[in-house]
Design a protein around this ligand. Structure first.
Ligand SMILES: [Zn+2]
Ligand SMILES: [Zn+2]
Length: 337
């Protein structure tokens, strides 16, 4: 199986937290958290249009400036999602600079912050010096304390859950609706080429088009191109296999208590990769609790309960510099039992 998402940490395990997720074959990416992110470089930063912020402590938000700097002057929209207060924080960042000479820049930024009962949204445009434009709040469809969708795309959903970090810190899960595998051998046997027409087929399936949906695709053979008509259901039957979608969970900055644990385990359940903070060793569990953070052992225990396939621990405290392996070992011991 060729996974649709490839994900990795933005920095070293002792650096600012963040995970970059590339949506393969699409020049599109998602970014979880906005800590120091110079390591991504401009190309990857520019690809990340949807950015999910856990909370705005400095180590999770200082990279906003870098992103703004590379995006300025580009005709794009940055979409930020996060907990209450995010709009004011973005506005604060933007008012920290002088914008009298950027009127020609087409950059826009939209920010959606999720409150228990409503969603607030604001937009900022370079063309008017990033003045704050607020839309009327919308009621949140899903109430309760569990995870709720913050972004619904035909291909995937991003869910968030507020965790107690003395301020709300959002944990996130990226869930692919379902995974589409192309059987290249069968295509080959039928004399059909691979190519961008298969991307369109995937889009139709993610959009939920019916089996009898007919479409015309341009196929590029070795020496010629040809327009052919297909029926979606037949293409699926003959050349595709649909399997369970990929899931990636991201949790940072949360205290280990019953409520947080239940929410985290629920959010990460069955994930292919679970990125979980582990700033402390368990011998310092008291300090971790006081500072509203997890220990490596706690991260491992929750990964085990959530039955994830792979655990990646990060966001290590500088107090353990040189002891990274010990933190990983503690987490893996608790994870594998
Ligand atoms: Zn924090
Ligand atoms: Zn942090």
């Amino acid at each position: 199986m060729n996974p649709s998402f490839s994900s990795y940490l933005v920095n070293d395990v002792f650096g600012d937290p963040g995970v970059f997720v590339e949506v393969r074959w699409s020049k599109r990416a998602l970014l979880f958290d906005l800590g120091e992110n110079a390591a991504l470089g401009p190309t990857r930063l520019l690809r990340a249009n949807d950015i999910f912020v856990s909370h705005t402590h400095m180590d999770h938000f200082i990279g906003f400036d870098k992103l703004l700097r590379v995006a300025l002057g580009r005709g794009k929209t940055l979409r930020l999602y996060g907990p209450p207060g995010l709009i004011a924080n973005v506005h604060g960042k933007l008012t920290g600079y002088t914008w009298n000479l950027v009127n020609g820049s087409p950059l826009s930024i939209t920010v959606r912050e999720f409150h228990p009962c409503e969603i607030k949204q604001a937009a900022f445009f370079a063309t008017d010096g990033f003045a704050r434009h607020e839309d009327p709040p919308q009621p949140r469809q899903t109430g309760g304390t569990g995870a709720f969708p913050v972004l619904e795309d035909p291909m995937f959903t991003v869910l968030a859950v507020p965790l107690n970090h003395r301020v709300p810190s959002f944990g996130y899960a990226l869930q692919e609706q379902f995974h589409i595998n192309v059987n290249k051998q069968r295509l080959h046997d039928a004399g059909l080429p691979v190519g961008s027409w298969l991307k369109d087929v995937k889009q139709y399936l993610w959009q939920g088009k019916p089996d009898d949906f007919r479409f015309t695709a341009t196929l590029y053979f070795e020496h010629h191109r040809q327009d052919l008509e297909f029926v979606l259901g037949e293409v699926r039957e003959r050349f595709l296999t649909i399997t369970r979608g990929q899931k990636i969970a991201y949790v940072v900055d949360a205290r280990y208590d019953d409520e947080n644990e239940a929410k985290i385990v629920d959010l990460a359940r069955g994930a292919d990769v679970f990125y979980c903070e582990a700033p402390y060793l368990d011998r310092d569990a008291d300090k971790a609790y006081e500072r509203y953070h997890l220990t490596a052992r706690q991260a491992g225990l929750m990964a085990r309960k959530a039955d994830v396939r792979e655990l990646v621990v990060f966001h290590f405290s500088p107090r353990y510099t040189g002891m990274g392996k010990e933190i990983v070992r503690e987490a893996m011991e608790a994870f594998k039992g």
